[in-house]
Design a binder for this molecule. Structure first.
Ligand code: G3H
Length: 538
């Protein structure tokens, strides 16, 4: 493979995927107003490099976005706390049906921007066209499912309960101001899987896009502005220390919805002056293992492990990040895996069937090289011929074998296109690895003997939060719970769980006397309360 010809020249970029010019984002949304920033900006470089007329390969400059200061961050906070108004604002007191209408309205406007957002996903984070489209559509579907789940939740709450002579109506109510920070690998989807449930439950939101994946949110700013009352959705951009630190230190953030590293999550949580007031929903690191048993269907295991380890260049928290291969099948497995890896399609995100694309920065490639060098120093080899070759932002996926506990690759989450593998004789070896790991998200078992698999399931479900059988690890379907133990997560997300984590149960109760019954009946009949109501959403 000639890496010098890996990146295209300007003329080689297909017209329908070409950029529409440098994006000068000056806008930020605070309190229902899109303001124009005239301070410093952050330049955005694409993972995609382009070969210039001078023969030099450079990361394509995409645009810039505002580097807001503490002042704007505090304005965003004041807007969000103002709109929440201690739970008395229009949004937190609005009836569920009306809040749903606002979210539906937003979804329609969002869909009008599909083409532009998908293109920016490709250029900003290097995700393939197919996966970028999937990310957008999956997000729209997630919003629709969230609306349906809320309707069900609300229908179940649209009734009174009478227990031990007490009448009660129990509903879920919002928590306050939510700070939403999504990750760069799913900058749209994972941000919206917290932002939308937070909003629809009546919270107000401050939202900061991830380090890579900022500009793609720009086309949605107007949709946010036009679909929600002022102050309900606010955006901040810039250096986390400058714009996020003051928000956390203010003590006015009620919920932290953060997907990123546990190191940053800890810093943010510690900044809050009253930690007991802060609810945290965190999606953090993972080092999901595959255990390939001797009786496995090798073809199937190879396909799932390849997909699990290398979809979107391995940049998924759910990716398979270490493979434990039983010594009886290790050789055949590696041979077949290698054969597929040799043929894997690398290239630009717009190429048909492309599987491996450029990484977000040259620093990410440096880290991949560091991991591979370290593994080599401790005796591992790269098994595939092109593995580990790199240029600028591109790193050819590497199958590294055998890894051991001296290597960084054994412990660290690589979050990139490296597949570390090792063989085992005794099942205790992978089990001990999983027990000792700092992470506890998911794992995959490959095998065909039910009794063998069953013996692994019981001890392993208490180590991780999802055991996959003959299947790669993954978040979906989005109606399934998504969480982790240890340093991997806090709180559970799924379409219905998310509605719970961004709300709290609250109730109205009264002794079942005639006088109280009459008061409650009158409130309900005259529709005097949004909370105390038996209205049924169809
Ligand atoms: O980065 C972590 C994502 O939640 C993984 O989602 O399994 O659907 O790729 P996925």
């Amino acid at each position: 493979m000639d890496l010098n010809r890996f990146f295209p020249t300007e003329n080689e970029i297909p017209a329908q995927h070409a950029l529409d010019g440098f994006i000068e984002q000056q806008e930020y949304l605070i309190n229902g107003k899109i303001s124009s920033w005239d301070g410093p900006f952050q330049e955005v470089l694409s993972p995609i490099c382009v070969e210039g007329d001078d023969g030099k390969i450079r990361q394509q400059a995409l645009g810039h976005y505002p580097l807001l200061s503490e002042k704007e961050a505090i304005q965003a906070l004041e807007a969000a706390t103002g709109a929440y108004n201690n739970g008395m604002g229009t949004w937190p007191t609005m009836n569920v049906q009306d809040r749903i209408r606002h979210v539906e309205d937003f979804t329609l406007r969002m869909q009008e921007n599909r083409k532009e957002v998908v293109k920016l996903l490709m250029w900003e984070i290097g995700k393939s066209y197919q996966d970028s489209t999937k990310e957008f559509d999956r997000t729209v579907e997630y919003i629709r499912d969230t609306i349906d789940a809320l309707k069900t939740l609300d229908r179940n709450s649209s009734r009174f309960q009478i227990e031990q002579g007490v009448i009660g109506q129990i509903r879920r109510a919002p928590l306050g101001v939510v700070l939403c920070m999504g990750p760069y690998n799913y900058p749209l989807n994972e941000t919206f899987t917290t932002l939308i449930p937070a909003l629809i439950m009546g919270n107000t939101v401050i939202f900061k896009p991830p380090k890579y994946g900022v500009l793609l949110h720009r086309p949605l700013l107007q949709a946010f502005r036009d679909s929600f009352p002022p102050g309900v959705v606010n955006t901040v951009y810039g250096d986390g220390k400058i714009v996020i630190g003051p928000l956390m230190k203010s003590g006015k953030i009620d919920v932290l919805a953060f997907i990123g590293s546990s190191r940053v999550a800890d810093i943010l949580k510690k900044q809050h002056p009253s930690p007991h007031r802060l609810r945290s929903i965190l999606g953090l690191e993972a080092k999901n293992a595959a255990i390939v048993l001797p009786d496995t269907d090798i073809e199937l295991a190879v396909n799932e492990c390849l997909l699990g380890a290398l979809s979107y260049n391995g940049q998924r928290c759910t990716a398979l990040k270490i493979l434990f291969l039983h010594e009886e099948i290790q050789e055949t497995f590696l041979e077949k895996f290698n054969a597929k890896l040799e043929k894997i399609k690398t290239g630009m995100p717009w190429e048909d069937g492309v599987k491996i694309t450029p990484l977000p920065s040259t620093e990410t490639v440096d880290y991949m090289n560091e991991l591979v060098d370290d593994a080599r120093n401790y005796g591992a080899e790269i098994l595939n011929s092109e593995g580990g070759k790199s240029i600028m932002t591109f790193f050819f996926p590497a199958l590294v074998y055998p890894v051991n506990d001296k290597m960084k690759l054994y412990h660290e989450e690589q979050f990139g296109p490296i597949v570390p593998a090792l063989s085992f004789k005794n099942l205790e070896e992978p089990l001990e690895y999983i027990r000792q790991s700092n992470y506890g998200q998911q794992l995959s078992i490959f095998g065909s003997k039910p009794e063998r698999i069953a013996r692994l399931i019981d001890p392993l479900v208490n180590q991780v939060c999802r055991v996959n059988i003959n299947s790669q690890c993954q978040r979906g379907p989005d109606t399934f719970p998504f969480t982790g133990r240890k340093d991997s997560a806090e709180g559970t997300l799924s379409v219905s769980d998310a509605l719970r984590v961004f709300s709290i149960r609250t109730l109205v109760a009264a002794k079942s006397t005639d006088a109280n019954k009459s008061i409650i009946s009158s409130i309900v009949k005259e529709r005097e309360s949004n909370f105390l109501s038996t209205d049924f959403i169809f």
